[in-house]
Design a protein around this ligand. Structure first.
Ligand SMILES: NC(=O)c1ccc[n+]([C@@H]2O[C@H](COP(=O)([O-])OP(=O)(O)OC[C@H]3O[C@@H](n4cnc5c(N)ncnc54)[C@H](OP(=O)(O)O)[C@@H]3O)[C@@H](O)[C@H]2O)c1
Length: 215
């Protein structure tokens, strides 16, 4: 499939490798349309990935991953143009984080708002599925833990969630929990705050959450 990833940070890079390994065609969209740092990384990794503008990559893609700074999602959508997202699955991996004076994160949107629900509102013709936002980028593809961690997802469109679930299975996830509609993004974004807080407290980023079910 043609996968457009909007972003140039660690999440965009980790997920691109996963999609390329799955056999998908990947383009990375950024605000400038071309970043030297990104070109160097692509060359170093020997990946057949092209760069483009937010608008160009979104228009070209069959499915899109949002991997930008979460508080900037409305700007990203404006730059890419809402029509380019219509009819497509949009995976929202972002978190609307702000940083407190004590150095710990919190959510930058007032209760009950969330980046995921806002995105769905801004993209009424797209099928937004929140996923990947509760795990560190290094473990998004083929997570290696003693017990399989859980990927929590939510979204309004059942077929889009089925597609994302299949993608997650291809990426090596065996525990996937669908928590409901896109308004539940607030819960998943709060989980990211918990995940970062644990990482900071434990000084360990090789951590993941798992939902255990009694047999
Ligand atoms: N890092 C993780 O392990 C992790 C895990 C789960 C979820 N997430 C979420 O995934 C998203 C991407 O995280 P990341 O760590 O890969 O990258 P990041 O450093 O959080 O964000 C970098 C990306 O944000 C874009 N951006 C948009 N507006 C910006 C602004 N005003 N200032 C700076 N950058 C801006 C940049 O765009 P350009 O490319 O155009 O410069 C760049 O692609 C975030 O929402 C994060 O919360 C991260």
């Amino acid at each position: 499939m043609r996968i457009g990833i909007l972003g140039s940070g660690n999440v965009a890079k980790s997920l691109s490798r996963g999609f390329v390994a799955r056999g998908d065609e990947v383009r990375l969209g950024t605000r400038t349309g071309s970043k030297a740092q990104l070109a160097a990384w692509i060359a170093e990794q020997h990946l057949a990935i092209a760069q483009g503008t937010l608008e160009g990559v979104t228009g070209w893609a069959e499915a899109i991953v949002l991997a930008m700074r979460g508080m900037a999602n409305p700007e990203t959508v404006r730059a890419a143009g809402e029509p380019a997202f219509r009819g497509k699955v949009v995976i929202d991996a972002t978190n609307p984080l702000v940083w407190r004076a004590d150095g710990f994160p919190s959510l930058g949107l007032p209760e009950p708002e969330s980046a995921g629900a806002r995105l769905q509102k801004d993209l009424p013709g797209a099928k937004v599925v929140k996923a990947f936002n509760t795990i560190g980028h290094a473990h998004m593809v083929r997570p290696q833990f003693a017990n399989p961690p859980t990927m929590f997802i939510c979204g309004d469109d059942p077929t889009a969630k089925t597609w994302v679930t299949e993608l997650l299975r291809d990426f090596g996830w065996s525990s996937i929990v669908d928590v409901g509609g896109i308004e539940r993004s607030r819960l998943l974004e709060s989980l990211c705050v918990l995940w970062i807080t644990c990482g900071m407290r434990l000084e360990n980023w090789n951590i993941a959450m798992r939902l255990e079910q009694r047999i």
